[in-house]
Design a binder for this molecule. Structure first.
Ligand code: URA
Length: 426
């Protein structure tokens, strides 16, 4: 006999009431066990979408999702700290960041996902490295954390199963875009992962999940509040995602750009964001006296990257896959690039084969876009602005139509916008 009725819980939220702790714990658990049906959870998710949950309800909802599965105990003798990005176009920051922060003395367990839609997934990017494998067991994760200090791998099946079930349901019921549901979904997986501290990169702009800065700020605050309520040292950077990050968008292209950064080069926005996130992670890990810029330029982060890739079966020295076809988009006039839209570039890269439309679709390692010119850079008529890569040339017209109006050339450079707008600390 169940202690509550799903219909009563749905009615309470439908009528705008606060859900008590015990009802939240029950409904999440009962849904995971199958005692609350999909149609009942759909109605509850829609009631939450419409009427919200306050900070305490959201913290309890998250706790219930964490309790639906296993919590990893990482057992390492260095401070553990993780980073999560809400996703963006060209957002390869995990690749240089995890080995950099490990080279600074912390342990970085980064359980990641695959891409869906116009933003790429970290695992898809790393899988473009020949031999690299995403699936590790918990003992392998622990051993690699102790030995190398950084692990980027697929989340184990047992982490927050309630979230997996609920996220799939939200996806088909128009209830994804709810701040309490997004925040509890992200944080349940991160809390279950067992790191001691977490830095969130919450993005806003056309290429981000949250299109406006106020929405991103509200999500950042909800995420930090959940972390603090769960005893996790948490902070969030609010960052601009209106323009692609770096010049490379697409799996192997982003790995190559990350390696440039790890070797001391790379685009300045990628370097700056990597260092900003590294500083915040090190501060939360109690290592604020370590200078990540010095560690990056010393080559120690590249060394850790090589060990991290080898530990998971990859060969960091083997050339990355190249595409069978390229197509250049050139400037029709001279001037300064005044605009390059992240969302359009993300959709075009996805159509070229870098991303997937359905969870089970494969991705092309070599597909993507190189942005030869970014906002503020001069361009002469005939210069290449974008270089399209694909193994499926029949996809090029669809990619070009996504890029229609995606960039503009003007007389002067646009105003420079700060990449990191704010930091929200718990
Ligand atoms: N990412 C997640 O993990 N969950 C959401 O609800 C949205 C984005």
């Amino acid at each position: 006999m169940e202690p509550f009725s799903a219909v009563d819980v749905i009615r309470a939220k439908r009528d705008g009431l606060r859900l008590p702790d015990d009802q939240i714990a029950w409904v999440v658990d009962a849904y995971t066990r199958g005692a609350v049906a999909d149609e009942q959870m759909s109605a509850l998710a829609m009631a939450i979408f419409l009427n919200g949950m306050d900070a305490t309800e959201t913290a309890r909802w998250t706790e219930a999702m964490v309790s639906s599965g296993e919590t990893l105990s990482l057992d390492v003798d260095r401070p553990t700290v993780d980073k999560h990005s809400t996703g963006g176009v060209g957002d390869k920051i995990t690749l240089p960041l995890a080995p950099l922060v490990a080279a600074c003395g912390a342990a970085v367990p980064q359980l990641s996902g695959r891409g869906l839609g116009h933003t790429g997934g970290t695992l898809d990017k790393l899988e473009s490295i020949p031999g690299w494998r995403a699936q590790l067991t918990l003992p392998e994760i622990r051993a690699q954390l102790a030995d190398v200090g950084a692990v980027v791998c697929a989340a184990t099946e047992g982490l927050a199963p309630a979230d997996r079930k609920l996220y799939a349901l939200r996806d088909v019921t128009g209830t994804v875009e709810s701040i309490p549901l997004i925040a509890s979904s992200i944080m349940s997986k991160k809390i279950a992962e067992g790191a001691g501290a977490l830095v969130l990169d919450v993005k806003f702009g056309s290429g981000a999940f949250m299109k406006t800065e106020p929405d991103a700020r509200a999500l950042a605050k909800a995420l930090v509040d959940i972390g603090v309520a769960a005893g996790l040292r948490t902070s969030a950077l609010l960052t601009d995602m209106s323009v692609p990050l770096g010049r490379a968008v697409g799996n192997a292209l982003e790995v190559a750009e990350s390696v440039e950064v790890l070797r001391g080069g790379g685009p300045s926005d990628v370097v700056d964001l990597t260092l900003a996130l590294a500083r915040e992670m090190l501060a939360l890990a109690g290592l604020s006296d370590v200078d990540p810029a010095g560690v990056l330029s010393s080559g120690a982060a590249y060394e850790t990257w090589s060990r991290m890739i080898r530990a998971q079966g990859g060969d960091p020295e083997v050339p990355l896959p190249t595409p069978t076809h390229t197509h250049l988009v050139t400037a029709s006039e001279s001037g300064v690039v005044s605009h390059l839209d992240a969302y359009a570039v993300g959709v075009a890269a996805w159509r070229l084969g870098a991303g997937r439309a359905r969870k089970e679709d494969p991705v092309q390692a070599a597909a993507g876009i190189l942005c030869h010119r970014k906002p503020g850079e001069p361009v002469a008529a005939g210069d290449t602005i974008l270089e399209l890569h694909t193994d499926t040339p029949e996809a090029i017209p669809a990619a070009l139509s996504a890029l229609d109006g995606a960039y503009a050339i003007g007389d002067s450079a646009p105003e420079r916008r700060p990449l990191v707008l704010d930091t929200i600390r718990g």
